[in-house]
Ligand binder design. Structure first.
Ligand code: GTP
Ligand code: MG
Length: 219
């Protein structure tokens, strides 16, 4: 799943919430399981998980024990971490249910910042995405990645209909099964729009960011 959105819309908060909810048993005999969180922006906060755990009435230590955390410092390091991820999934077969990368493009933006490096960046990104796809299928683990949308610097000149584009472009879009875009609504409300899903119609839902994580909007 892929979550391209504007800044401060709740991508990191959603990632934290998923760390907890992925551990809980759910529909279709889902048993819940462990999570790996790859953090590229140093925005992971274990204390947030405690608040979210309280909301779902689960033990702090149990929740924290079930989230394996890794900080990536460069795009190359991010790729190397996938070896560690695959090894973990292999070691503890069937125990891990979710891999989160928040955010997938942040380090690529830094490492390949000039226009001349775009082709190389997209090539490296494609390699990472194909690795993620393989790991996901081999170990039956869901992959959730976040990404930012930026105003396209060329858009003003080309009169594009939608000047906001996800960084990473079509390679990232095509590699994801289901995409959810987040945007700000009135006040504290946020809107999540699901699109390009193979098994769900396009739809929108409003939510808020609470101390207990992402929650349905009351209104
Ligand atoms: P970028 O990574 O900068 O693109 O942002 P993001 O989409 O990851 O946004 P993030 O998930 O960091 O959400 C930021 C919003 O969450 C801010 O508006 C915060 O006020 C809100 N927020 C963060 N922590 C808490 C909390 O503990 N309680 C509540 N109620 N809101 C919080
Ligand atoms: Mg974030």
């Amino acid at each position: 799943m892929f979550c391209p959105s504007e800044f401060r819309t709740g991508k990191t908060q959603l990632s934290h919430t998923l760390c907890v909810t992925a551990q809980l048993p759910g529909e279709d005999s889902y048993t819940g399981g462990k999570v790996i969180f790859i953090d590229t922006e140093n925005t992971f906060r274990p204390d947030r998980l405690k608040n979210i755990a309280d909301r779902f009435n689960v033990d702090h230590d149990a929740v924290l024990d079930n989230v394996l955390y890794a900080r990536a410092y460069t795009s190359e390091h991010q790729m190397e971490l996938l070896d560690f991820v695959a090894a973990k999934f292999h070691e503890e077969g069937g125990i891990f249910k979710l891999l989160i990368i928040d955010s997938i493009m942040a380090l690529f933006r830094v490492d390949f910042s000039s226009r001349g490096e775009l082709a190389e960046r997209q090539q490296k990104l494609a390699q990472m995405l194909s690795r993620l796809q393989k790991i996901s299928e081999e170990y039956n683990v869901a992959v959730f990645v976040t990404n930012q949308i930026t105003a396209d610097p060329g858009a003003g000149m080309s009169f594009q209909a939608d000047p906001k584009k996800p960084i990473g472009g079509h390679i990232l879009a095509h590699a994801s099964t289901t995409r959810i875009s987040l945007r700000k609504g009135h006040g504290e409300l946020r809107i999540a729009k699901i699109f390009d899903s193979p098994d769900m119609p396009e739809n929108e839902a409003t939510f808020t960011i609470t101390p207990g994580g992402i929650a349905d909007a009351k209104e």
